[in-house]
Design a protein around this ligand. Structure first.
Ligand SMILES: C[S@@+](CC[C@H](N)C(=O)[O-])C[C@H]1O[C@@H](n2cnc3c(N)ncnc32)[C@H](O)[C@@H]1O
Length: 204
């Protein structure tokens, strides 16, 4: 899975992952991030997600990173001026703590699960490099029978979350959501039993 895959998705408008509303887990569990006004929230692999403007409306300073210039242009066209959202067009893996700046929290929806297994290890290492002790992450994963569908999104099970983040994060499972509104999209790809799991990770 390389950059061309994602550029092609955006060029062809094949963005079934995009939701026209902020993600329900963000709305429901935002308070678990324990943020104060002006807190800096990082959204990796941001797409043109509605979550960015929602976080800004909650008083956060939001920084997103997204490969596709089309996504960034569409975000601006659809959301108008968002002075508290800095949606950068670029590669997550090229970010450094200096170029990103300090962050208080991370919101990961359809980011970790967008990546194939070897890249997930690299991804977790990059987030580890960009975060500092105390940084909290709201992580949304997907679970289904991986043998029934090639990702993305990929299934990421609790053991893998533990393996990726357990060494330097406290991990709390907040919710297991089994009645997903986009279940029909998965059913169309032959996957009947799909769920999301929401975690709060706190960097030690
Ligand atoms: C499955 S989408 C999810 C987007 C968004 N989080 C959402 O919930 O709608 C994954 C996004 O990550 C972007 N992406 C993939 N690899 C990336 C990378 N290395 N750096 C930045 N963005 C990347 C893709 O272009 C795509 O828009």
């Amino acid at each position: 899975m390389d950059a061309d895959f994602w550029h092609e998705r955006w060029q062809k408008g094949e963005i079934g992952f995009h939701q026209d509303r902020p993600h329900p887990a963000l709305i429901k569990h935002f308070d678990a991030l324990g943020l104060t006004p002006g807190a800096r929230v990082f959204v990796p692999l941001a797409g043109k997600s509605r979550d960015l403007a929602w976080l800004a409306a909650r008083g956060c300073a939001v920084v997103g990173i997204e490969l596709s210039a089309i996504a960034v242009e569409e975000f601006v066209a659809e959301n108008g001026a968002q002075p508290h959202v800095d949606l950068r067009c670029g590669d997550l893996f090229a970010l450094t703590p200096q170029s990103l700046g300090p962050i208080d929290a991370i919101f990961d929806r359809a980011a970790l699960v967008a990546l194939p297994p070897p890249m997930r290890t690299r991804y977790a290492a990059k987030l580890r490099e960009l975060a500092t002790p105390g940084t909290r992450t709201l992580l949304v994963t997907m679970e289904y029978d991986q043998s029934r569908m090639r990702g993305p999104p990929h299934a990421v099970l609790p053991d893998e979350v533990q393996a990726l983040y357990g060494a330097d994060h406290d991990i709390r499972m907040l919710e297991h959501v089994t009645d997903l509104p986009d279940a029909p999209r998965f059913a169309a790809r032959g996957v009947g039993d799909v769920s999301e799991r929401v975690y709060l990770l706190t960097r030690r």
